[in-house]
Design a binder for this molecule. Sequence first.
Ligand SMILES: Nc1nc2c(ncn2[C@@H]2O[C@H](COP(=O)(O)OP(=O)(O)OP(=O)(O)O)[C@@H](O)[C@H]2O)c(=O)[nH]1
Ligand SMILES: [Mg+2]
Length: 331
Amino acid sequence: MLHEESIETLFKEIRSGSRRALARAVSLVESTVVADQDLASELLLLCNSFASPSRRIGLTGAPGVGKSTLMESFGLALIEKGHRVAVLAVDPSSKKTGGSILGDKLRMPHLSLHSDAFVRPSPSRLALGGTTVTTRDAITVCEAAGYDTIFVETVGVGQSETEVSDMVDLFLLLVLPTAGDDVQGIKRGIMEMAHALLVTKADIDDQATRIAVATYTSVLRLMIPSMEGWATPVLPVSALNGNGLDSLLELVTRFFDPSSSPSIEAQRRAQRKKRFSSDLQHELMSVLRANSSIQSIISETEHEVLEGSIPPSVAIRQLRSRFAITISERS
Ligand SMILES: Nc1nc2c(ncn2[C@@H]2O[C@H](COP(=O)(O)OP(=O)(O)OP(=O)(O)O)[C@@H](O)[C@H]2O)c(=O)[nH]1
Ligand SMILES: [Mg+2]
């Protein structure tokens, strides 16, 4: 069991490049055990003070579209250029299958063994909305460990895309070259959030890939761009033969060009603001719900609203004054 003194040791080990220590640190910040949370906070404060410039890249797309395989080949290409790459996963399905940790290591066999890479599928912590809340903290720990490129993979289901797009700088949507038939199936909101669309498995069918690129390009023209002044590119890629990886590298370099970093910093600031405010709301609701007298006032009022005996607007006003009384009685 970790205690305060060992947090400093753990932090030193992380800084000196130990991947085992990093894996333990990520488990600690992901832990829901109450006793771990003070230690996790202490570790995160240390890590936060060592934040170095980094590139946070999210990948989303239907199951099997090729996210992990792309990170394997693109991650290795980045390592060759001197980068250190961490891969985290927000995987709402891992709870059910329980097999994704092994699965992802198999999908990224070379990357997961490379000394300049850290591959860690996060078990999903189902919070409100059914997505993880701890991946952001795992990002902070990986950055303190000297990983300058952090990939976050998520299967495109439910809310996880929004969550991931709120924790990364560059957000990539992967689609299959199914001649654009899928366009209808992809939610408009996700396409508008993406900074680029990658048509995967381009090695399989040349013509289908070209049609898919053209279809997605024209659909995107009708949508609101993910960033002001940014035309969302559609790139064909093959993780298998490496075609398109140069263009992807060029895109990533252009996106993170120092001349655009003020806007990345502004985006991170907005993300921190959003997270603080939503976590605060969540926390306040749990505090309120844990208080039995407040909980019973809420239940009583809810019952009256459901029965139609008072309108919701009046109920809320009544609750506001009853909460004020309850809180002042206690202070
Ligand atoms: N031909 C071809 N097959 C690919 C390519 N990329 C991935 N695949 C295959 O597609 C299958 C799924 O690939 P993954 O990388 O696991 O896909 P994923 O999107 O990470 O899947 P989930 O994590 O399950 O959502 C595997 O059998 C891969 O070998 C590619 O560029 N070309
Ligand atoms: Mg995968």
